[in-house]
Design a protein around this ligand. Structure first.
Ligand code: TRP
Length: 335
């Protein structure tokens, strides 16, 4: 079962509660992989601060929320090591050394960074800390010598950039300290928002959160984008681009039933409300046990924080060992 040869490193920015996009993108994957690999999951508070430095309370509060989400979906602290990024100063130090191996232009060309810079409307005033966060992320992954990274596909440019740094480092300091890294993508690594936008996102206002209660879920599904031309029940409707069907394809295991519903919808005679009620049932089946576990864990916030502290302590030992090796080859091993 347990194989010590591959370490997994993955994580999220604590800037909000986790949603169904996170769930299908990587959370599900992490729950499965924790049985087979040594898995580290970081709560990337330093990275969250790169675009929330004026809002430390937000990041602080969301550490707790993300932790609860992890535990609620079934990340088991006995199998996975959860830790807090800034509590490992070795990551910050390694980032500093990596920064010598990356050019500003390369960072500006990183597609995910580029998109975010546009979204956040930094204009000419991109904070240096934000621009270099992929380098920080390379340090996150390599500090535990991670080889597998379960993430959504928006993170692929980070993996690529990490591998460039790994190769440069090993070549320049003449020792293969770091292994190359591979992303682990799930079948449906990108879930569109309930409004039909390409991506579900907290800041886009189109997300269904794992912590949403049944009423909220129902409200959100009822507002979902379907087929704007499907006005009367008896009209034939379109399945393509209809978010209810997109979600059923992802979440309903009864594929036979989904095929029948599609056929009925295209023929006409299946109303949006009835269809949406069906999706609500499917999603409640998935989310109800998650909500229940979340509420249970939330009863004892201190115990939840302790899980992160214990994970951090364990990670720190590994991080320290890696940094010693790094400093040795960089001739920073003063004695
Ligand atoms: N960049 C990820 C996000 O936007 C979070 C993250 C930070 C991460 N460090 C990581 C993911 C290392 C995987 C591996 O949520």
């Amino acid at each position: 079962m347990f194989c010590g040869c591959f370490a997994i490193l993955t994580g999220d920015r604590p800037t909000g509660k986790l949603h169904l996009g996170h769930f299908v993108g990587s959370l599900q994957q992490r729950v499965i992989m924790q049985d087979q690999y040594e898995q580290y999951i970081l709560i990337a508070d330093a990275q969250a601060l790169t675009d929330n430095f004026e809002n430390p309370e937000k990041v602080r509060a969301n550490i707790q929320e993300v932790l609860l989400d992890y535990l609620a979906v079934g990340i088991d602290p006995k199998k996975s090591t959860i830790f807090i990024q800034t509590m490992i100063p070795e990551i910050a130090e390694l980032t500093l050394y990596y920064l010598n191996l990356v050019t500003v232009n390369r960072l500006l060309r990183n597609p995910t960074v580029k998109t975010e810079i546009a979204q956040k409307q930094f204009g000419e005033s991109v904070p240096a800390g934000f621009l270099m966060y992929p380098v920080n992320q390379a340090a996150d992954i390599t500090i535990v010598k991670g080889t597998l990274v379960p993430v959504g596909n928006d993170q692929l440019p980070m993996i690529e950039q990490t591998n460039e740094i790994v190769r440069s480092f090993n070549r320049i300091y003449k020792k293969d300290i770091f292994p190359e890294v591979s992303a682990v993508l799930s079948k449906s690594s990108r879930l569109p928002g309930i409004d039909g936008a390409a991506k579900m996102g907290k800041s886009l206002g189109n997300a269904i959160f794992l912590a949403d209660d049944a009423d909220m879920l129902s409200k959100k599904v009822m507002s979902m984008y379907t087929d704007p031309n499907h006005i009367r029940v008896e009209d034939p409707g379109q399945v393509e681009g209809n978010m209810v069907f997109t979600y059923l394809d992802v979440f309903d295991t009864d594929t036979q039933r989904v095929a029948e519903l599609k056929e009925h919808y295209m023929r006409g005679g299946l109303g949006d409300v009835k269809l949406k009620r069906y999706l609500i049932d499917v999603l409640n089946g998935l989310l109800e046990p998650i909500r229940k576990r979340r509420l249970e864990y939330a009863q004892d916030q201190e115990a939840v924080m302790r899980i992160a502290f214990e994970g951090t302590e364990k990670t720190r030992e590994v991080a320290n060992r890696t940094l010693c090796e790094v400093k040795e080859v960089m001739r920073l091993d003063y004695k």
